[in-house]
Structures are given as C-alpha cells and as structure tokens.
Design a binder for this molecule. Structure first.
Ligand SMILES: [Fe+2]
Ligand SMILES: [Fe+2]
Length: 344
C-alpha cells in the first residue's frame, strides 16, 4: 500500500453513529468482522463490519476483492474512502478504497466502546463492598481474588461483560458487577435474616468472573479457546477452588479450614446463575441466594441491553425500530429523545 506514513494519528473526524445516507466517507475504522461472500451472479464481494467507539456498520467491497481478502481481517485498522448508502432500510458503507493502518497511526481508544463510568471509581466501590463483609472466610476469598491478585484486578477493570447484547464495552463487566451488588445490598436489608448478605455479595462479584478469561478484549471482543471449550461458569468455579486452596495454604490467613458447606454454596451460586439448564447452568438455583443472584443478574443485563438499544436507536418519534432479540418495539422516553436531538 503506497500511502505515505504520517507521524501523528490519522484524524478521526467521522463517527459511525453520525454517518448520514449519501455522505462521502474518508475516515479510519476498526474491522470487527470480515468475510468473502458471493452474490447471486457469482461475483465475489467482501462483507465487513466496521466499528469505532460510537457504533458499528456493515460495509461492502465490490472491487479488487482478492487484493483485500487476506489483509482486511478482524482487529485491523483501516482507512476508508467510500460512501454511506441505504440498503434494505439500513445504512451501509460502500467502500471504494481501503488502506491498512498501523496501530501508531490511530488512537486506539477512539475505536473501542467503553463504560461511561470510570473504571477506578467503580473499582473503589467494589472494594467498599468487600470491606463491608463480615464473614471471615467469604471476605478473605473476595479479597484474594479481587484485591490481592494484580492480574485479575487489571482484567476486571477492562473486561466487557459480553461479546454483544449487554455491557458489551470496556469495563462493562465491572459496571455490571457493581450495579448488581448495589441491588443485592438493598435486597439483603429487605429480606433480613432470610438472605446471607456476604454470600449474595460473592454471587454478585464472582458469577461472571470467568469472563475475564472467557473473552479476549484488547480490540474487538471475541471468545478465547478456553472460553469456547470451558465457559465462564466452570472457569469461575475453578478459580474459586484454586483461591480457597491457596488461602488454606497461607499460615494464619483464615481462622480455620474453609468450611466445606460455604465452599459448595459459593460454587453453586456461580454454576446456577444462568437459572435454567437450557441457558447453560448445570444446576438450577437451589438456595435463596442463588435464586436472587440469578434474577438480579438477568434483570441488570436486560436493563442495560434495552437502555443501550434505545440510546443507539435513530428512528424519529416515540418508538424504536424492531429489536430482534426481544421481538418488540420500545417506547422512547424523554431522556432518549433529548439524547437523540443532542446528537443531531
Ligand atoms: Fe453469566
Ligand atoms: Fe452477569
């Protein structure tokens, strides 16, 4: 590729969320997905999904497909010259020219969506919840994972909670965990002695902890091999097992051997948090804390998924376009209309 190499990052002046139909595009993007496909006349084309931190958009390359096919891969930064066009009622980028960029030609954080809440502030909140625990075994377990393990702390501050759908952005997992723990805190007061607050907190903290290794998230989020073969429920249980053994091996760290029943309950909360066998849980919730963690996890993911969908929707008026996942249109309240008019 013959474009001269600039010394400063390429200017990022056009954002996916704001692209209008018929708009000419000259801007850098990150490749989220790339595949070669064949149309009904037997002509091959490239089907790309381009992204930046404002959103993502399907794109097509019709010419020079063999030239681009091996190079334009997931996680590549690319300079695009093309046009935004409407296709079946949706926007799409038709690419006329594409140049690969090096990482030092872009500002990476312009391309990866992140939480609106600061990671360090969220982490402080998490440490506050851990400090407020009273059971010495449960508290030591939380500390050993979320306070004392530098690799885990680094990953917890960066990981998304999912590849798509809910909290699918940098620091999304921590945002999800802190949000859930806040709700669990209220519920433990509400239901009093019928719920063990410390056990609930461990469910909030650890139910998705395996996701820090189930997903890769340096640029585009994807599943790792371990994630595909093992999955975050079993990975979370393995981590708890490892950390309890390590705590038991440290002289004076625990007041005694980690009680067997407590060990089993923590593992159960992780294994049961998807609620049903068909949603990937090998056990359905069999104690009140597991049931509560499951419902609050489900609630928090859905509130985030629907809020994000409403925020991203560009349809005029009070109703969103069709949400395929939930198979319905959503009513747009005033906050959504105000956010939309600010963008325009
Ligand atoms: Fe999960
Ligand atoms: Fe979750």
């Amino acid at each position: 590729m013959s474009t001269p190499v600039p010394t400063t990052p390429r200017p990022k002046l056009q954002w996916i969320r704001d692209l209008k139909e018929k708009e000419a595009i000259t801007a850098p993007f990150l490749v989220k997905f790339s595949a070669v496909a064949v149309d009904k006349n037997g002509r091959s084309y490239m089907n790309l999904v381009l992204m930046d931190k404002s959103g993502e958009l399907e794109s097509r390359i019709w010419d020079d497909v063999p030239k681009y096919a091996g190079q334009v891969v997931r996680d590549a930064f690319v300079w695009i010259e093309g046009k935004c066009q409407a296709y079946q009622g949706r926007r799409q980028i038709v690419i006329n020219r594409l140049t690969l960029l090096r990482e030092d030609e872009v500002t990476v954080k312009d391309y990866v969506p992140e939480s609106k809440v600061d990671a360090d502030a969220l982490y402080e909140q998490l440490l506050g919840y851990i400090n407020s625990m009273s059971d010495p075994f449960y508290k030591a377990l939380a500390e050993s994972i979320l306070r004392d393990d530098a690799e885990i702390v680094d990953r917890v501050k960066r990981a998304p909670a999912a590849k798509s759908v809910h909290h699918a952005y940098k620091t999304g997992l921590l945002e999800h965990v802190v949000s859930i723990t806040g709700i669990l805190d209220h519920l433990s007061t509400h239901y009093g002695k019928y719920l063990d607050r410390d056990l609930l907190f461990l469910g909030g903290f650890l139910h998705d902890i395996g996701k820090i290794w189930e997903l890769s998230y340096d640029r585009v989020t994807d599943y790792t091999t371990e994630g595909k073969l093992i999955g975050h429920l079993v990975m979370g249980v393995e981590l708890v097992d490892r950390k309890i053994r390590a705590l038991e091996a440290q002289d004076g760290r625990l007041p005694g051997a980690f009680p067997e029943e407590k060990k089993l309950l923590v593992k159960h909360l992780i294994l049961a948090h998807h609620g049903e066998l068909e949603y990937g849980s090998p056990k359905r919730p069999k104690c009140l804390e597991a049931l509560v963690v499951h419902y609050i996890d489900d609630l928090d993911s859905k509130v985030n998924a629907i809020r994000t969908f409403i925020e991203a929707d560009q349809s005029p008026g009070r109703w969103t376009g069709l949400n395929r996942m939930y198979e319905r249109f959503f009513f747009k309240p005033d906050w959504a209309l105000e956010a939309l008019s600010e963008k325009q």
